[in-house]
Design a protein around this ligand. Structure first.
Ligand SMILES: N[C@@H](CCC(=O)N[C@@H](CS)C(=O)NCC(=O)O)C(=O)O
Length: 207
């Protein structure tokens, strides 16, 4: 199995962390999406990472499909609960954490355009999704040890990847002098726990 990924993609990182937590061996193939010979398009018509290419050549995408596939490879360290309601809760956490990333990525893409082509309206719209998403995640976490059912799960992994991406791209942002950690103390506390896990340490994004 081979994972096509980029180092700073939060979705690809979610997959890499799941593989490490589950002790599933995957060969890592770092790609450059702007490279004309990038193999991603050959395997994923959407041209996005992550893509997991199986030994028989079949390709799996997107990250939500890949993590489910990996979680079923071995019963070790189950990350998506079998219980239906618990599974739905975990997947909702993942959907919101990934949605925050989608909006954060959209802000970054807009800011990378030449200044005259940037739309402040678009940046504000996407940033407000990020902030509202983080506020709901912070409130949902409350004083819980883990996101769902007092057990480490895919919900915690997705949340950690989303926070790391936000921290990577928007570390300098302040709201009336407050950092994101001041604004979302439950998330900040949980993030500090998550980043101590070897799977998070090994996959830290690079500035
Ligand atoms: N929903 C997808 C999102 C994947 C995604 O947006 N990946 C970005 C990298 S962070 C990408 O490949 N972008 C290239 C493009 O949109 O052309 C997933 O969970 O895998």
């Amino acid at each position: 199995m081979q994972l096509l990924y980029t180092v700073n993609s939060p979705y690809a990182r979610k997959v890499r962390i799941v593989a490490l937590e589950k002790h599933v061996d995957i060969a890592l193939n770092e790609v450059v999406l702007s490279d004309p010979d990038c193999p991603v398009r050959q395997h994923n018509p959407l041209g996005k990472v992550p893509v997991l290419v199986l030994d028989d050549g079949e390709a799996l995408y997107d990250s939500r499909v890949i993590v489910e596939y990996l979680d079923h490879r071995t019963p070790l360290a189950q990350l998506i609960p079998h219980d239906h309601l618990a599974k739905i809760k975990v997947r909702r956490w993942e959907a919101l954490a990934d949605g925050v990333c989608d909006a954060a990525v959209a802000v970054v893409m807009e800011q990378r355009k030449p200044e005259v082509q940037q739309s402040q309206t678009q940046i504000d719209k996407q940033m407000s999704k990020v902030m509202q998403g983080l506020a709901v995640l912070d409130a949902d976490l409350l004083k819980k040890k883990w996101c769902v059912n007092e057990t480490f799960s895919l919900a915690d992994i997705a949340l950690g990847c989303s926070l790391a991406y936000f921290d990577l791209r928007f570390k300098q942002l302040r709201w009336e002098g407050k950092t994101w950690q001041d604004k979302f103390p439950n998330l900040a506390k949980h993030y500090n726990v998550l980043i101590k896990r070897p799977s998070f340490k090994q996959t830290m994004p690079t500035p």
